[in-house]
Ligand binder design. Structure first.
Ligand SMILES: Cc1cc2nc3c(=O)[nH]c(=O)nc-3n(C[C@H](O)[C@H](O)[C@H](O)COP(=O)(O)O)c2cc1C
Length: 176
């Protein structure tokens, strides 16, 4: 029986790195179920994750083929929800219990471990609203991986860059 990991992908330019993560987790024997936000789908194609995960990709709450909302059945077997990359917006939604799309709705039904891998401009990461939301999530037991310092896609330097895939995998392997 494979261990199930739900991989949430949100609207950050680092979303393409989640494809590599999917491929590596599948090679390590995990079942990976990918849930993408609408913004993530503007940056990376769901077909990429369908092919790499060999599983249907959840892209919308209202187009699930099953008779019951799929997120409930999935939460019964998923050991880990890892959000890679996690946008500032999605950190806010997680912290405040907002459930207005497939990923945020799934997150509220998930009872296993939650890991967040933020990626954003350093100014966004430093914003008090984001930092307050990060604190709320950490107090709730959510584990953060990164962000790290370095040059982000827009050219700014500072903390906000997504942690690299090998380090994310090392943390996942240590957790489940
Ligand atoms: C090209 C592009 C890149 C973006 N990169 C990031 C990013 O790295 N981090 C972030 O927090 N938001 C980023 N955004 C903004 C988010 O996509 C936006 O806040 C969106 O509402 C996030 O939606 P989601 O959390 O549902 O995925 C980016 C937007 C664009 C147009």
């Amino acid at each position: 029986m494979k261990t199930t990991v739900v991989l949430g992908v949100t609207g950050s330019i680092a979303a393409y790195k989640a494809a590599d993560l999917t491929s590596q987790l599948v090679k390590k024997g995990y079942e990976v179920v990918v849930i993408m936000t609408a913004s993530a789908q503007k940056l990376v194609c769901p077909q990429t994750f369908l092919t790499l995960s060999r599983n249907p990709v959840i892209t919308d709450l209202w187009t699930m083929p099953e008779w019951q909302p799929g997120h409930i059945e999935l939460s019964d077997r998923a050991k880990l929800l890892v959000i890679v990359p996690c946008s500032a917006n999605f950190i806010g939604k997680l912290a405040n219990g907002i459930a207005d799309d497939a990923l945020s709705t799934y997150a509220l039904s998930h009872t296993g471990k939650v890991m967040v891998v933020p990626a954003m401009n350093p100014k966004m990461w430093k914003h008090p609203a984001v930092q307050q939301n990060v604190k709320t999530l950490k107090d709730r037991g959510v584990e953060f991986i990164g962000p790290v310092s370095g040059r982000v896609a827009c050219g700014d330097d500072g903390e906000g860059r997504m942690e690299e895939v090998p380090a994310i995998i090392a943390r996942i392997l240590k957790t489940i």
